[in-house]
Structure formats: structure tokens, C-alpha cells
Design a protein around this ligand. Structure first.
Ligand SMILES: Nc1nc2c(ncn2[C@@H]2O[C@@H]3COP(=O)(O)O[C@H]4[C@@H](O)[C@H](n5cnc6c(=O)[nH]c(N)nc65)O[C@@H]4COP(=O)(O)O[C@H]3[C@H]2O)c(=O)[nH]1
Length: 522
């Protein structure tokens, strides 16, 4: 791999890492904001609950302004750093407070308006006329009136400021009638990245909180050293992995090339069997790499690389050439059997390559009329290439090649494409065969595929038949041929030849016995 490529991958992974980091920090900050707002609401609820609990402990059987009760009010004030005054109000008049007794002063209009419409808690921010300080008023219904608790607003502001700062959010508190208990407009008005709101479950106030881009970058900068460490390490790992992959691929391609030069690619034969009589009509040739160090290597490990690099073209020619020798021996036993070889559609759109295939078949007459070439339906046939594909197929038909469509049912070839290319054989993918016995949907799909294939006048081959049940089922659907482990695994040529010989011998013995029984001379 070139240095410029390495630099590009490194830069790409760095940028990607940075984007992921920003998205991650945002996610964490959003969650943190939600939690912080909940925490702030709960903290204020807790403070109010504590005050309310102390008020409910007052003796409600005696008069609210009894000396005893006023003494308790005084204790509450004394023990709290935020509460400035607690007043008892009845019939729109201040009755008493922790320090005044029987005051009877009328409450101002603002309080009147609020208390008129409510029999529940009231909370608002205002300037206390009696004490001339800004406060947060918390009004709790009691007896026939209200306790009015005056919180020091400056102290509350400071406390909320601290909490919000600590949690790296801005927070505003509002009573439910939109009175600002704690205003944060000057802090939050600009560049809000995220905001959330939380209603107190018990008291009539809610909090709005969030963070601005300034806060976001503060959080981001704080964790940047750790993120940088992770991003740089990951970028290095990705770059090294890609580097290793390219090196591996490069050496794989070199190794394949060496394998081609030393003719290490061989064919394993898997019989294609008659679904009704079990007669072997031919065999599919499945490439194996007879590697000097690793032994037999299956196609999945090298075909994708060989197809991408184009080395598959040479491998296929070698396979066919070797098959020509092998086929001449097979012909002694089964002259009408065929061999089926995998090609790719792009090989057939390559006119030069088609000519080299034709040259090879002409050189070995044993291959003429005995070769099926198959390519998979999964390869997409670009309309522009369809003409080339068709003329390549036609050229090869002239030397007796027949055509099979592999993995039928899994790809994208439409009916018109299938009609245009007019395949001789359709090989139905094993996924339809495997579950057709147990699954009703696959069963009906397989039936439809079979019907369609027969309408197209093709010979059908069911791939991947693994059980007697599947074999029987396939035959019932009118599929003429089968291939699969139920009949035989792919095997080296010598094993295939031996198995074929044994079968022919057995069937000949059987035939002569039959003839003898029928009185027919041999
Ligand atoms: N589970 C199961 N599998 C079964 C059964 N019967 C056969 N098979 C496997 O299914 C594959 C059938 O080949 P394919 O669909 O052409 O799929 C082939 C074909 O696409 C590709 N391939 C093989 N040889 C060549 C070649 O010479 N050239 C090219 N271009 N591709 C090839 O590699 C693929 C895999 O080949 P293999 O590993 O040999 O795998 C073979 C075979 O061993 C069965 O009953 N059950």
C-alpha cells in the first residue's frame, strides 16, 4: 500500500473519530442535562417538602397563632438558612408571623389574586412589601387560611446557580402560572444546543434547562485528551489493519499467481443425478486449490480475490484444459455425460476471453457438445452489457456449449432477461430446496420456480439436495435433476471416476441379471 493511501486512511479515520466523538459527547451531555434538571427539581421539591413537613407538625387543634405555634415557627426560621419569615394568612389578612402577633394587616392585591383561585400550593417570586426584600413565596394551605413561607431569593439564586454550574447546564425555574422563580434568560438566550423541561410532580413549578454551545465546547474540551488518545489509537489500529489486509491480499494474489504457474488448481467433481432414476448425467466441476503448504483450499478462500483480480480467467482455462484430459477417460465409461463449469458473466462479455475459450474447446474435441457453462443469477446484468453477454453466449453455443443459470431464484434476472438469454438449464438454489419440505411458503415458492423453469423449456436441476425426503419432493415437482450431498459430495477426479465405474458395473450386472431372467441373450 502506498504512503499516500496510508495518510488518507489515517486522516479519514481521524475525521470519522472526531465526528463520532462529537456525537457521543452530545449524547452524553443531553443525558446529563435531563438528569441534572431532574436533580434540580428534586432538590427544590425536597426543600419545600421539609418546610411543609415542619408546618404540618404544628398543633392544629390550638389557634394557628398560639404562642406555642409561633414558637415552633421561630424554631423553623432559626434552623433554616433560606427561610426569612413564615406568616399565617386568613381571610386576606396577615394574622400572625414568627415575629408578629395578631397583625391583621391586609395582604396586597397580588397575593389576593393568587389565593383567590387556588386551594392548593402557590409559589411565586415577588418583593415582600412588609420586609422590602425580594423573595420566593411558598404558600401552603392550612386550617382556614395559608402559611406563607418567604425564602430569601438571593440565597436561592446563589444555590441554584451553584447547582446548575456544577452540572454544567443552565436552569430556569418557573411557577406553573409562568412567574419566573429563577431567571436564566441572560445565560441561555443564545446558541442553545439542547434544552429540556421537567415538571415538579408535587408543587406548581417546573424547570427548563439545557446547555449552550459554549457549555458544550467546555465539556468537549474537558474530555478531549482522553478522546484524542482513543481516536489516535483507533486510527492507528484501523490503518494498520487495512495495511495488513492489503499486504495479505497482495501476497494472496501473488500466491494465486504462483499457483496458476504451477497448475495447482484442480477440479472436484460433484455428480448431477437424474431425480427419478438416479442416473449420473454429468458433474459440476468445483475448483480446489491444491496448495503445497495448506493442502486443499476451498473456493470461498480465494475465488473472490481471483475474480476481482481477473486471475479466475486463467484458472478457468486451466481447469477446462485438465478437464479435457479427464473427460476423455470418463468418455470410455459414460460418453454422453457432461461437465459443468463455473464462469462469471463478465468473462462472457469479454470478447477476447470468449475467443480463447472457443480456441480451447476446438483444440479438444472431447469438450465439444459436452460442456455446460454456468454463471450465477446474483451477478447483475447491466442492460448495456446484455447484448455483449448474449453474443458471447451465442458464439460459444456454436462450439456446442450449453448454458446454465446458477442459484436460480436468488438473483435479479427478470423473465424477459431469462427469455432473451434462453438458458438450457436452470439450477434452483439450495435455499429453496432445503426448507421446502418443512416450510409451506418455501414449498410453494419452489413449486412456482419449477413451473416457471418448465415453461421456459429448461432442464431443471435442484441444488443442495441433502435428504431422501428432499429428493422425493423435488422429483414430485417435476424437477428432472438433482445435485447434493444426499447423492455425493464433491470429490477428486480419481474418486469420481472410480465411483462412476462402480455404478456402471453394478448397473450392467443388474441389467444382465434382468436380461437373463427375461431370457434375452447378452
Ligand atoms: N450445504 C450444501 N452444499 C452443497 C451441497 N451440494 C453441493 N454443495 C456445495 O454447493 C456449492 C455449489 O456450487 P456453486 O453454487 O456453483 O457455488 C460455487 C461457485 O459459485 C464457486 N466456484 C466453485 N468453483 C468455481 C470455479 O471454477 N470458478 C468460479 N468462478 N467459481 C467457482 O464457489 C462456490 C462454492 O463452491 P463449493 O465450496 O465447492 O460449494 C459447492 C458445493 O460443494 C449440499 O447438499 N449441501
Amino acid at each position: 500500500m502506498k504512503h499516500s493511501h496510508t495518510a488518507k486512511i489515517l486522516l479519514f479515520t481521524l475525521i470519522l473519530g472526531l465526528i463520532i466523538d462529537i456525537a457521543w459527547v452530545k449524547q452524553v451531555a443531553n443525558k446529563n442535562t435531563d438528569n441534572s434538571i431532574s436533580y434540580l427539581v428534586e432538590s427544590i421539591e425536597f426543600t419545600l417538602e421539609q418546610v411543609e413537613a415542619q408546618l404540618t407538625q404544628l398543633d392544629h387543634h390550638s389557634l394557628p397563632c398560639s404562642t406555642e405555634n409561633r414558637q415552633k415557627l421561630e424554631d423553623i426560621i432559626f434552623n433554616s438558612s433560606v427561610i426569612q419569615e413564615i406568616t399565617y394568612i386568613e381571610n386576606d389578612r396577615f394574622i400572625c408571623s414568627d415575629r408578629d402577633h395578631n397583625n391583621q394587616q391586609a395582604i396586597d392585591n397580588k397575593h389576593l389574586k393568587l389565593t383567590d383561585n387556588s386551594s392548593d400550593y402557590i409559589i411565586y417570586r415577588a418583593t415582600s412589601e412588609r420586609r422590602n426584600v425580594e423573595g420566593i413565596f411558598f404558600m401552603v394551605p392550612a386550617n382556614n387560611g395559608w402559611y406563607q413561607v418567604l425564602f430569601n431569593a438571593r440565597y436561592m439564586d446563589f444555590w441554584i446557580d451553584e447547582l446548575a454550574d456544577h452540572h454544567q447546564v443552565f436552569a430556569c425555574f418557573k411557577s406553573n402560572n409562568d412567574n419566573a422563580l429563577y431567571n436564566c434568560e441572560n445565560k441561555s438566550s443564545k446558541h442553545i444546543v439542547y434544552s429540556a423541561s421537567k415538571q415538579s410532580a408535587k408543587y406548581p413549578f417546573h424547570a427548563v434547562g439545557g446547555y449552550t454551545n459554549q457549555i458544550f465546547f467546555k465539556i468537549w474540551f474537558k474530555q478531549l485528551p482522553y478522546a484524542a488518545l482513543i481516536i489516535i489509537s483507533l486510527s492507528c489500529i484501523v490503518t494498520l489493519t487495512v495495511h495488513a489486509y492489503f499486504n495479505w491480499r497482495h501476497s494472496l494474489l501473488n500466491d494465486i499467481q504462483r499457483g496458476i504457474e504451477r497448475k495447482e488448481f484442480i477440479a472436484y467433481y460433484q455428480p448431477i443425478v437424474d431425480a427419478n432414476t438416479n442416473h449420473w448425467h454429468g458433474a459440476e466441476l468445483l475448483v480446489r486449490w491444491n496448495h503445497p503448504k495448506s493442502g486443499i483450499i476451498t473456493p470461498a478462500e480465494f475465488i473472490p480475490a481471483a475474480e476481482q483480480s481477473g486471475q479466475i480467467n486463467q484458472i478457468t482455462l486451466q481447469l477446462l484444459e485438465r478437464a479435457a484430459y479427464e473427460k476423455s477417460t470418463i468418455n470410455e465409461l459414460a460418453p454422453n455425460s457432461y461437465i459443468s463449469v463455473n464462469v462469471t458473466a463478465s468473462m462472457i462479455t469479454n470478447t477476447d476471453y470468449v475467443e480463447s475459450l472457443i480456441g480451447l474447446i476446438k483444440q479438444y474435441p472431447v469438450l465439444q457438445n459436452n460442456v455446460v457453462l454456468e454463471f450465477t443469477e446474483r451477478e447483475t446484468f447491466a442492460t448495456a452489457e446484455l447484448g455483449l453477454l448474449l453474443s458471447g453466449m451465442e458464439r460459444l453455443r456454436e462450439v456446442g456449449v450449453r448454458w446454465a443459470l446458477d442459484d436460480f431464484g436468488t438473483g435479479y434476472a427478470g423473465l424477459s432477461t431469462l427469455q432473451t438469454l434462453s438458458f438450457d438449464i436452470l439450477k434452483i438454489d439450495r435455499t429453496f430446496v432445503a426448507s421446502s419440505v418443512t416450510d409451506a411458503i418455501t414449498h410453494s415458492i419452489l413449486g412456482n420456480i419449477a413451473e416457471m423453469g418448465l415453461e421456459l423449456n429448461c432442464t431443471l436441476v435442484a441444488e443442495g439436495v441433502e435428504t431422501a425426503e428432499e429428493a422425493e419432493h423435488v422429483a414430485q415437482l417435476g424437477i428432472q435433476r438433482c445435485q447434493g450431498f444426499y447423492y455425493a459430495q464433491p470429490m477428486p477426479y480419481t474418486d469420481y471416476f472410480a465411483a462412476l465405474k462402480k455404478r456402471i458395473k453394478t448397473s450392467n450386472t443388474h441389467l444382465s441379471e434382468l436380461n437373463e431372467n427375461l431370457g434375452i441373450p447378452l
